[in-house]
Write a protein that binds this ligand. Structure first.
Ligand code: NAP
Length: 479
């Protein structure tokens, strides 16, 4: 790929987060607009031109995922939604065409009226909702203006993360919490797994797809059938009290009449892309097997794994000097199994697990594993104080006066807490072979200028000088 990367426009979207996690920052550049994510670049399609942020020689392909994706929001302000969903995307297409960058555009099953169902690519599009009409307008613009393009018309996309609140995981959260649920019998669609969407995008990038494709799951079912599928799978494991009340989508006071049967046939995608699509019944069985007996909130919601990371919850900061991770979903829990994993991962070096989602977060919590011998020069932060809470091992902490005189020096063990003020020189020294501690402070992190270093302490570039300084500091430690 000649050092070029795939540009994911709308990397912070549900699909984009999965795609970026899969491709990684070595293969892809991803954008966000209002929801910053680690490693992603800010791009607002309504105010910026692609050329303001990127240069053509760095991009191999572009995947267009951004937009206002909620039909009701599009209708609520048609002019505003047009600015992003049509004008903004067409401007991006113009620039990509000028740069000769192949384009993968994501459209929607809502380009159909829903009167027929089981739509194939040759069926005429006839949207009845504004969102679908906007998608169709861009589809046609792309077809008219671009040389190398793929349009993927996505069916409803779902995932398996308990926190993603998509089709099945959203229902799972309600099992055990509500005693009855209204569900429509007259809406029919072919939900597609987010991993299959990413497979399709990868097939497009690899050149196996050209033109228009329906990107849908292998099975079309009504909404109530999908709910019954999930409920049946969960009931294999334990009883769930739930009364499903059949209803019509027409019973809901929606601002726009919704298409009824937008099921899509993915045959062309399967054939050209060589994809094996995930079946919703298999996914329901898998989700049901993972459900806790309480079948209320999934008990795994806050569970984190460093060794088997879920890319939608844990992102490694590949630019960091030592191994560093951000938790992109809350809640998160640090417990004994997680500490075991941290020890395994940190056998040879420092590991930092940031419980916040990015350097921009307004509060930073870090669980850090360090080894003795690592030197951190004294420093201060003019804007923020800092708190250390030792989990295991021994950590030395010192505070210094402006001229370098030691003001306070303690050896902290498991359970000890130490807080320094803003503008106060301090230093942490890992003393035991391995120390794990929790550090918290206000955010955001503003880069190297965030800390001030004094001229009376070595900066760490001379190991001997640093070792001598630490030896003196350690000789003052109490406790
Ligand atoms: N999810 C589905 O079930 C489904 C079904 C059919 C088709 N699709 C299509 O698939 C694509 C991805 O859908 P999704 O559900 O994953 O999307 P999503 O989660 O709703 O995310 C929308 C994305 O658009 C970005 N965005 C919004 N306004 C922007 C602006 N002015 N400038 C730049 N970026 C902007 C958002 O950035 P911030 O969040 O950072 O502001 C976010 O990354 C969309 O084209 C959608 O129409 C999705």
């Amino acid at each position: 790929m000649t050092g070029k990367r795939i540009l994911i426009l709308g990397g912070s979207s549900f699909v984009g987060r999965h795609l970026f996690a899969r491709l990684g920052s070595a293969r892809a550049i991803a954008t966000y607009n209002t929801s910053p994510r680690p490693g992603m670049v800010k791009f607002d399609a309504t105010t910026s031109d692609l050329a303001d942020v990127f240069s053509p020689e760095t991009i191999s392909h572009a995947v267009l995922l951004l937009g206002d994706t909620r039909p009701d929001s599009c209708l609520a302000d048609p002019a505003r939604s047009r600015v992003i969903n049509v004008d903004g995307i067409e401007r991006i297409i113009d620039r990509l065409n000028q740069w000769r960058v192949p384009i993968v555009f994501t459209s929607s099953d809502h380009v159909f009226s829903g009167d027929k169902g089981d739509y194939v690519e040759g069926d005429p599009a006839d949207p009845i909702v504004l969102y679908g009409a906007q998608k169709l307008e861009v589809e046609r613009y792309l077809e008219r203006t671009a040389r190398d393009w793929v349009t993927l018309r996505l069916a409803k996309v779902y995932g398996e993360d308990p926190a993603d609140n998509t089709l099945f995981t959203g229902w799972l959260k309600d099992f055990g919490r509500v005693s009855s649920m209204k569900c429509t019998t007259d809406q029919r669609f072919s939900p597609v797994h987010v991993d299959d969407v990413c497979d399709a995008i990868e097939a497009a990038i690899a050149g196996r797809l050209k033109g228009l494709y329906h990107c849908a799951g292998p099975v079309a079912l009504s909404r109530i059938e999908l709910l019954e599928l999930l409920l049946g799978a969960v009931r294999v494991h334990h009883p769930v009290e739930l009364d499903i009340i059949p209803c019509s989508i027409r019973d809901f006071p929606l601002p726009e009449k919704r298409p009824l049967d937008v099921s899509l046939r993915p045959d062309r995608l399967v054939k050209d892309g060589g994809l094996t699509l995930r079946r919703p019944d298999d996914v329901c069985r898998r989700l049901a097997a993972l459900q806790p007996r309480s079948h209320g909130v999934a008990v795994s919601l806050s569970t984190l794994s460093l060794l088997k990371p879920d890319p939608t919850r844990l992102v490694e900061d590949l630019n960091a000097k030592t191994r560093s991770f951000f938790c992109t979903r809350l809640p998160v829990r640090i417990d004994k199994p997680l500490l075991d994993e941290l020890r395994q991962l940190g056998r040879d070096g420092t590991v930092r697990v940031c419980l916040h989602s990015s350097p921009e977060a307004d509060h930073h919590d870090m669980v850090i594993l360090e080894h003795a011998g690592r030197y951190y020069p004294p420093h201060k932060h003019d804007r923020r104080g800092e708190c250390f809470h030792v989990v295991e091992g021994v950590l030395g902490v010192l505070t210094y006066a402006e001229d370098g005189a030691i003001l306070d020096a303690w050896r902290l063990g498991a359970g000890d807490i130490y807080r320094v003020d803003r503008g106060q020189y301090h230093q942490a020294i890992p003393l035991s072979e391995c120390v794990i501690y929790h550090e918290s402070m206000p955010g955001p992190y503003r880069g190297p200028g965030d800390s001030t270093y004094p001229d009376w302490a070595p900066d760490g570039s001379n190991a001997d000088a640093a070792a001598k300084f630490v030896a003196v500091a350690v000789s003052h430690l109490r406790g």
